[in-house]
Design a protein around this ligand. Structure first.
Ligand code: T5A
Length: 211
């Protein structure tokens, strides 16, 4: 009997208000039409414990956190998601689509909070040395456009969204630098376009990268 092939691991990344929620549905629909079984997850989050860690990270009442504590909490949630959701699903030959993963730590804590790439590289080496996304869709949008979109939300900004605009510019710059360094894994989508164009670009990217 041949060994079961592991499922595909696809991640969605981008700054605030980039449109990951819509993109998630496009990716899931595409994979399901291709006959795949798909499990969705998100970070921080994905399991009950990781969702509790998410609350601490995003609730404004947590107040200021040292950037390293913030990073370690992101990775604590990631371990839970990997152990209980991502790895078992991939091992069954099913696909995982995850709203953010380690690239978000590199962009937000490494870039935005200015910890630099080294702590993220070391933690990723500890937590998932053998696993990287097969495809990462980076939804790129100018900071001001993303912020204008989320301003329409009824809920106020979460703790991380409360950071100053310079922070989000550094996040965007870090994401684009990662995409440039790893073009075989990343696919950058211009998320400032109207939704139907974004949707079409994602479908084209999936046709090109996954078929
Ligand atoms: N984080 C996370 C870290 O700092 N480190 C880490 O390691 C990890 C894993 C998580 C937060 O944690 C941080 C990053 C985040 O700050 P989140 O919920 O994943 O929070 O992320 P958010 O970016 O905050 O989610 P948002 O809901 O703000 O953004 P989305 O999901 O990208 O945007 P979406 O799809 O909800 O769209 C926002 C609005 O824009 C509209 C939508 O209809 C919606 O109203 N929109 C468009 N409008 C016009 N044209 C388009 N093309 C549009 N696309 C979307």
């Amino acid at each position: 009997m041949s060994a079961l092939q592991r499922g595909r691991f696809i991640t969605l990344e981008g700054g605030e208000g980039a449109g990951k929620t819509t993109a998630m549905q496009v990716v899931i629909d595409w994979l399901e039409q291709d006959g795949r079984t798909v499990v969705r997850s998100r970070e921080p989050g994905g399991t009950r414990a990781a969702e509790r860690i998410r609350e601490v990270l995003l609730d404004p009442s947590t107040g200021e956190l040292d950037p390293l504590s913030e990073l370690l909490l992101m990775f604590a949630a990631r371990v839970e998601n990997l152990v209980h959701v991502i790895r078992p699903t991939l091992a069954k030959g099913q696909d995982v689509v995850c709203d953010r993963f380690t690239d978000a730590s590199a962009a937000y804590q490494g870039g935005g909070r200015e910890l630099g790439p080294e702590p993220i590289r070391r933690l990723a080496g500890l937590v998932h040395p053998d696993l990287a996304p097969d495809l990462t869709l980076l939804l790129d949008v100018p900071v001001a456009v993303g912020l204008a979109r989320i301003r329409n939300r009824t809920t106020g900004p979460d703790r991380i969204e409360q950071a100053r605009e310079g922070f989000l510019e550094r996040v965007r710059k870090a994401y684009l630098a990662m995409a440039e360094a790893e073009p075989e894994r990343f696919c950058v989508i211009d998320a400032s376009q109207p939704l139907d164009k974004v949707r079409a670009d994602i479908q084209r990217a999936l046709d090109r990268r996954l078929r």
